[in-house]
Each structure stands twice: as C-alpha cells, then as structure tokens.
Design a protein around this ligand. Structure first.
Ligand code: GTP
Ligand code: MG
Length: 383
C-alpha cells in the first residue's frame, strides 16, 4: 500500500495546507494534522476534488517538469537575435580538437587576456569580418549532452561536420550525419587538413571526391542545388577558418535564431558543468537559453537553488549580465547543481524553496511508486 502525509500532498497540489485540511474535513476526515497519513484510496478521492488545482491538468506533474510552471509565457515582443550555438562533430582524428584549439586561441576572451585561464566547456568567438558572436560547445560528446537531448533539449543550433580531405567519409562521419538529421540541427561541412595536399589540382580533386561522398550520403550540398555549405579548411595553418566562421553566421542569419532577452522574461538555461571551488564554493556553468541572468536573481535547478552572487566568463571576469547563448559561470548555489539539469528563474527565494521542496516531494512519491500518473490511470480504469 502507498501512503502520503497531508503536508506532502499539499505541497504536491501546490495548495495551502489550511485549505487542504478544511477540504479534507468536508470529506469527512476528523482529527487532522499536517502529519496525518492518507492511504492511496483517500489520495485518489482527494485528487478528484483537487484536480483543478494541478498546474496543468493535461500534463502529469513529475519531478522533471515541476519547474515548468515557473516559465513566463512566450512574448514575441521580447524576441531578439541571439548568437548561434555550434558543436563540432566528425570521425576520430579528423581534426575536431584542432579546430576548437584554433578558435579558442582567437576567441573573445583569449584576445583580451592573452590566453584562457578556465575551461568552462564552451567559448565564444567574434567573427573576423562580420564581428558577430558564435558560441561553441567544445564537449559535444560528453554524456551531459545526451542527458539534455533525452530531456528534449536541443541546445545546439548548428553542427559543423568535419571530414578529413585524406580519409573522406568514415563510420563516425556517417553517425554524425545521422545524428544531425535526427536532431533537426542545420549542418555545415568543413573539409579539414587541406594543407596536407599542397598541389592545387590534386587538392581540388580530393575536395571533389569528399563532396561527392557527401552527396551519396544524402547531404544536399550547394553543388547540387542544396543549402549545405562545404568549406575546405586547415585548422593548422588557419586557411579559410575565417570563411568557416562567416559561413556559420550566414546560416544563423537564414535560420533567424532568436530568444527572448528581456529582464522580465524568467531566465532559463542548462547546466553544462559544475564544480566546487575552494575559494568560492559551488560553481556551475550555465548556458543561457532565454531571458537575462543578473546578480541577485533567484535560480532553481534540480534539487537546489541559489541567488546569483556572481557571473563570470571563462577568463574569470565578472559580468553584470549574461544573455541568451552565453555560457557563464554562476556562483551562489546552496548545493552543487548537476550537469545536464535545467535552470529556471524563480520570482523570489520563497518561491524557489517551495518549488524545490515540491520536486523533492515528487521524487519521494515517485520512489514510493505513488505517482499522479498512476493515480490517474487507476481512476481511468475505475471510471
Ligand atoms: P578525436 O578527438 O580523437 O576524435 O580526434 P579529433 O577529431 O579531435 O582530431 P584532432 O584535432 O586531435 O587531430 C588529429 C590529428 O590531425 C592531430 O595530429 C592534428 O595535429 C592533425 N590535424 C588536425 N587538423 C589538421 C589540419 O588542418 N592540418 C594538418 N596538417 N593536421 C591536422
Ligand atoms: Mg579531439
């Protein structure tokens, strides 16, 4: 049998304990207190009474979606362009890390500081010609990204598929193509290591071979009237790296990538990484999805929450605000957030506490096997 206390149920239903106790009295309960334990049958009865109090009755309330209620409804007025979020994929040894290294060295913060001091799983560059921002995630193979995808979060906009001019398409290239198609992300192809073939005619021939292989793998490249750009590059010499960056900007413009970036929008994001720092305590890297992060804002995340004490970029500089597509370190968490978890702003600390304890209650209820979903199922069978 499954049991739940009155206080936990009030929490779950997001209603005041007093009103729940009153309604229970109306149902014939007596000698009630907040610790009063209700059996499954009674909970079902009460759920029928309280159906309308569930935040969204069409959706089960689960630990994963408990924070959905904190979101502000979409407001097109606040929509603004945001930088594209890009990941690099491709076969082993085809040059992913070398591209990242090259871009990192030319990244916004690196230029300002003569090197990057911290690794936060992500970095931004400003493109050489159009002077626009691109956010690169440099650990797309990390399990965290799988976790986020499983939760329906597509945090990447564009995939840069790297294919070595020497090897052309290999098994993991095919995997990456499959992934790109399933994810709905847009694709740009970078043919890498072109410096390895110095003779122009031979190089051209090799590029053509890779392009044809791409076509036979279902990629609609520009050569056959498609819209996938193919950029031959060398991450070693830097040749055409500027073209690759501008190709990303061009595609982002076509995609018209936007997010609400008003302070009034409840900020949302994802935890990319987290760590405990000896000097400042719990630190988490947040990729901002919408809204604006600012000192003093309250954020909930998984089983914890925090008041933003500090926002820092990868060089450790303090920032007053962080905008959509920025990945920044956030300080001020009660407990260490978990990578892959979602972050949502709450109006104030009381609301944050309430939602976190509601999530904890839901987790416990789930553990006991008494889910709202199951109760609803049960009711449907009985009806
Ligand atoms: P994994 O992380 O193991 O999947 O490999 P990767 O895709 O990150 O490849 P990585 O960047 O480590 O490059 C593999 C090798 O190719 C290294 O020895 C690089 O120095 C070399 N390499 C990468 N890009 C280029 C390039 O543009 N030109 C030349 N000549 N060598 C390159
Ligand atoms: Mg690598």
């Amino acid at each position: 049998p499954n049991y739940i206390s009155v206080s936990k149920l009030a929490n779950l239903l997001n209603c005041r304990m007093e009103s729940l106790l009153q309604d229970l009295k109306k149902l014939g309960f007596s000698n009630l207190s907040q610790g009063y334990i209700l059996s499954r049958e009674y909970v079902e009865l009460i759920l029928q009474e309280y159906d309308y109090r569930l935040p969204d009755s069409s959706k089960e309330l689960t630990p994963d979606n408990v924070y959905d209620a904190l979101r502000t409804p979409a407001n097109p007025r606040f929509l603004q362009k945001r930088p594209p979020v890009v990941t690099i994929m491709g076969h082993v040894d085809h040059g992913k890390t070398t591209i990242i290294d090259y871009l990192r060295k030319s990244s916004v913060v690196a230029q300002e500081h003569g090197g990057i001091t911290q690794h936060i799983g992500s970095f931004q560059v400003i493109t050489p010609v159009s002077k626009k921002k691109i956010t690169f995630l440099d650990t797309p193979g990390h399990p965290v990204f799988l976790k986020m995808r499983q939760r329906g979060a597509n945090i990447t906009d564009i995939i840069v598929l790297v294919v070595s001019i020497e090897d052309s398409i290999m098994p993991q290239t095919v995997e990456a193509i499959k992934h790109a198609k399933n994810s709905g992300n847009e694709l740009i192809v970078a043919i890498t290591k072109i410096d390895r073939i110095s003779q122009p005619k031979q190089r051209e021939k090799a590029i053509e071979k890779v392009t044809n292989d791409l076509i036979s793998n279902g990629i609609t490249v520009e050569k056959v009237g498609g819209d996938v750009q193919v950029i031959p590059i060398s991450a070693k010499t830097g040749e055409n790296m500027d073209l690759l960056e501008e190709a990303i900007i061009l595609l982002a413009d076509v995609m018209d990538i936007k997010a609400e970036n008003s302070l009034k929008t409840m900020a949302e994001g994802w935890i990319l990484e987290s760590r405990v720092s000896k000097s400042v305590g719990n630190v988490a890297t947040v990729l901002v999805k919408k809204g604006v992060l600012q000192k003093g804002k309250i954020l909930v995340c998984g089983n914890t929450y925090g008041k933003v004490k500090n926002i820092r970029n990868e060089a450790g500089d303090q920032l007053s605000k962080a905008f959509p597509s920025d990945a920044v370190e956030v300080l001020g968490w009660k407990q260490l957030p978990v990578a892959g978890d979602q972050v949502i702003e709450a109006k104030n600390e009381a609301t944050a506490k309430k939602f976190v304890s509601k999530r904890l209650a839901l987790l416990e209820i789930e553990k006991e096997g008494l889910t709202v979903e199951k109760l609803n199922e049960q009711r449907a069978i009985e009806a």
